[in-house]
Write a protein that binds this ligand. Sequence first.
Ligand code: GCU
Length: 588
Amino acid sequence: MIYSMANAQSEKYADLLQNIGASKKVSLNGQWEIIVDPLENGFYSHRYTEKPNGYFKNDKMEEPSDLIEYDFDSDWQLMVPGDWNTQKEKLYYYEGTVWYKKNFDFKKGNNEVNYLYFEAINYEAIVYLNGEKLGTHLGGYTPFQFDVTDKLKSGENLVVVKVDNKRRREAIPTINTDWWNYGGITRSVHVISTPKTHISDYFIQLAKGSTNTIDGWVAVKNGKDGQTVTVEIPDLKKSIKATLKNGIAKFSFKAKLSLWSPKNPKLYDVNLNITSDKVVDQIGFRKIETSGSKILLNGEEIFLKGISIHEEAPFKTGRVVSIEECRILLKWAKELGCNFIRLAHYPHSEAMVREAEKMGFLIWSEIPVYWTVLFDNQDTYANAANQLTEMISRDKNRAAVVLWSVANETPEGTPRLTFLTKLASHARGLDNTRLITAALDTQGFRDGAKLIEDPLGEVVDVIGINNYCGWYSMKPEDCGGIRWASDFNKPMIMSEVGGGALQGLHGEINERWTEEYQADVYKNNIEMMRNIDFLAGASPWILMDFRSARRHLRRIQGDFNRKGLISEQGMKKQAFFVLRDYYLNENK
Ligand code: GCU
């Protein structure tokens, strides 16, 4: 376990290898055999106790009289990574258990440690290797790994995963979300091999408030106290030595840096060396802070010209599974004139975050504490805190990530405030170099102005506001005149604003669902935003139409939330150009 630098020995990071993209690994992506098991018959006996010889055994008939009532190898198959809902018509609405099985050959190296690494599985995953349970993971959008060195064999191996995406009231997210509950092994699976003594984690960023002091630590598994860790940044002709103590080597050194920014998304090769292992990562360095109602990047005020994005794949729909799909979404955001993206409402893939960083997007990353979760439930809190830990652990070296969001549209109340205040301090305990935020949807009124007074405003560094003037309330033409006030001398981001339209549907400006209506909503809300002097950015809802089980107007929505500026088939709507003009022409 590694404790944070911020306030030492208080918060622990998740056990997650860094930069797995560059590690020595065997991919387990591809076709997996599956069994759809709505009654969890492969797990529970008729006495509802865990079966000792469940489907994870992958039992096979040996005698003609044997009774084995399942057989992965003559059952259905699914692609990994991928959700099951868009791969099989019969699983479109399916929520429950699906067993995944894969046989794979593996050649074990000498003196190596092997990890079974899952980039994400929605929602509950129980993982077995060669008939042995490795463990369980909750949460559909963050990675987890198991050290399988003692369980992995040279030759044929069997991995079985019980995946269950049943929605639960006490879960994170809870039972109702405005996005489709895509189930499955939705991101890549790897067997990663490292030397026995290896670099297991690191955190290398600018010291809080600095633009020339790099602070960091490197964690070494199976290392010895006194062992040397070398940190090199060839572009800077920097090579410093740090000494291992209790598995951690800490360092701090001055450097004259080309700071990362949307205009200059400079990433440095950073080489971490110990005698038996070497890890190379591409890391940017930037300072992010607030000053009153301003957001400062590298000491300069910046306006976050953003857009919200769901991890819905363009064209084929379903969960994004490839870097190409990430690039399409990011290219559209670039065309829109954005320097900022809100990845909603859960951590998106590492590939998306790294690609966005290369393209110069500042990033808002969020855990799915969404709407009315059970704020007074300890397990719910532990689950949320764990997802927050995994999100920060995975992306703590990404300069582009500047905002950790702990919640979206949660109802005011004491249990909620306690819950989110604890989460915010947990985040600060893990990483004090970034800003904490949340998207609020409750406002008051004072002197005719909409008033931001939610007590959570006191806890966060940046206040996100979701407001649908002209769609869920009021008429578009009434929005431009709205005034805003805030009880907090903090930056506000209009984290959601917008309206729906069916691409290609045209009509009068006051006709719902037409592109003209949506464009008018944007025009008037942009007018409103121009008059908010503590506005530091916006991420309108949303870049592309996305699937949601809450959207039943079949002739318009057809299971899609139509607030995209682009249809899921890549067709831009009029409002796309309204927002683009605002971002490109207003020297915000
Ligand atoms: C909410 C919510 C989104 C949702 C949007 C909408 O603000 O945060 O997840 O999709 O409104 O209603 O379209």
